[in-house]
Design a protein around this ligand. Structure first.
Ligand code: GTP
Ligand code: MG
Length: 397
């Protein structure tokens, strides 16, 4: 979760993970990062096969699989964070391991560039999008160039190796570097002759590859946010996924569901009241407002939709169910559809084996597509919702 201070990052995080964290209407409420487990929601294959499943690594509620992902909420970033302003360089460093950034923007325009409260509609949220991308790019550039004079003298290694080594702390792979160099047409230019412009261009592109951003247009429940969201869509909608969102509404709904007041699953477009008499009139009123201003108007709170889009549309992952028994769809303990795994689209059956266990990969013979009962080879690409049995030789001693 990234963004300037006071946009609702911690509220989004709390709504998604139910970890109780500090939320307050002023900047820098969060200093130390919060880490928790959020879930991707997907239609489980149990309904299709008409089986009762026993999920182990995930949850299945009424045919909806909730697959865990790690989420981190960090402190707000102010302009020139990369230079250390507002402890920005320290906060940016928390993002090293992130595979996708959820940029929480205050679409209501009710906070200035440093997160101070201003009247709704007075701050243009488009400015926040530009600023955040720049901060991330400049942070990467700083990491890349901190030892530039020395690294450009290294003649024995290829450009790809040198750059990948410099950026390995950001989870940037050699493949990411290769792709980026091709895209910006710098494959054949020696590092020593790169201009500052070349370096910046490379950093902009590697940011796109390695730290992609999805935008949560938050505080959509505030009337002024409709205009803010429209502006964001007009300006950035072609190249970015932007989702209208009310983290606060989601948090209220999740808590009401936890207390047993309502039936509501993250990502639902409506809720059902279980026992009206348990709630105070304020609570009933709050739910009514959320129903009208958020759920009906925006078809949900947008929190689950943002997480799903980050995993499925930005990171392009698919869900695969590994099983051992092709008839019962179970593992060797008899648990039906025990695991739902997130894996990159374009992954092969053998890569899935490696993901499950190193040894299963090493001893891979073939796999079975449970739906068709056909054998598939190690290079067969997996598809969304595949159920796969992996057949391996006897484990090596
Ligand atoms: N109206 C409205 N207010 C929200 C929403 N989400 C968060 N807020 C409010 O925005 C303020 C800041 O929320 P936080 O979650 O603490 O924001 P943050 O981005 O984590 O802030 P820092 O940690 O200081 O960077 C609080 O008063 C929240 O109640 C929302 O969806 N709608
Ligand atoms: Mg916070």
């Amino acid at each position: 979760m990234v963004g300037k201070p006071n946009t609702g990052k911690s509220t989004f995080f709390a709504a998604a993970t139910l970890v109780p964290v500090k939320i307050a209407p002023y900047p820098f409420t969060t200093i130390e990062p919060n880490i928790g487990i959020a879930y991707v929601r997907t239609k489980c294959v149990c309904k299709e096969f008409n089986v009762k499943d026993n999920p182990k690594n995930s949850l299945c509620i009424n045919g909806n699989r909730f697959i865990p992902i790690q989420m981190m909420d960090v402190a707000g970033l102010v302009p020139d964070a990369w230079k250390g302003r507002g402890l920005g360089n320290r906060f940016l460093d928390e993002l090293r391991k992130a595979s996708v950034l959820i940029h929480v923007v205050d679409a209501s325009g009710g906070t200035d560039e440093e997160g101070r409260i201003v009247p709704p509609g007075t701050h243009d949220p488009c400015k926040d999008v530009e600023f955040l991308e720049r901060e991330i790019v400049m942070w990467i550039k700083q990491i890349l160039t901190s030892d530039w004079q020395r690294i450009i003298k290294r003649r024995e290694d290829s450009i790809e190796d040198i750059l990948a080594e410099r950026l390995s702390g950001l989870q940037i792979s050699r493949r990411d570097v290769e792709k980026t160099l091709e895209k910006v047409d710098l494959t054949r230019k020696k590092l020593g002759s790169w201009s500052d412009e070349d370096i910046t261009k490379f950093c902009y592109e590697i940011r796109r590859v390695n730290k992609p951003i999805i935008i949560a247009a938050n505080k959509i429940d505030v009337p002024a946010a409709e205009d803010g969201f429209r502006k964001l869509k007009e300006r950035y909608g072609d190249s970015n996924i932007i989702i209208p969102c009310s983290a606060e509404a989601e948090l209220v709904l999740r808590r009401a569901a936890e207390k047993g007041f309502i039936r509501y699953l993250p990502g639902d477009e409506k809720f059902e009241i279980i026992d009206e008499s348990k709630m105070t009139s304020e609570q009933r009123k709050a739910l009514k407002i959320i129903e009208e201003k958020v759920l009906v108007k925006w078809k949900g709170t947008g929190v689950q939709e943002t997480i799903n889009a980050a995993i499925f549309n930005v990171l392009k992952m698919i869900v695969v169910y590994p099983v051992e028994d092709v008839n019962k769809l179970s593992d060797h303990h008899g648990n039906v559809l025990p695991d739902a795994l997130l894996i990159k689209e374009g992954s092969t059956a053998k890569e899935l084996a490696y993901m499950i266990h190193q040894e299963l990969g090493d001893t891979f013979l073939y796999a079975i597509d449970v739906r068709t009962k056909h054998k598939i080879g190690e290079n067969t690409l997996l598809k969304m919702n595949d159920i796969i049995k992996i057949v391996a030789t006897k484990a090596r001693k």
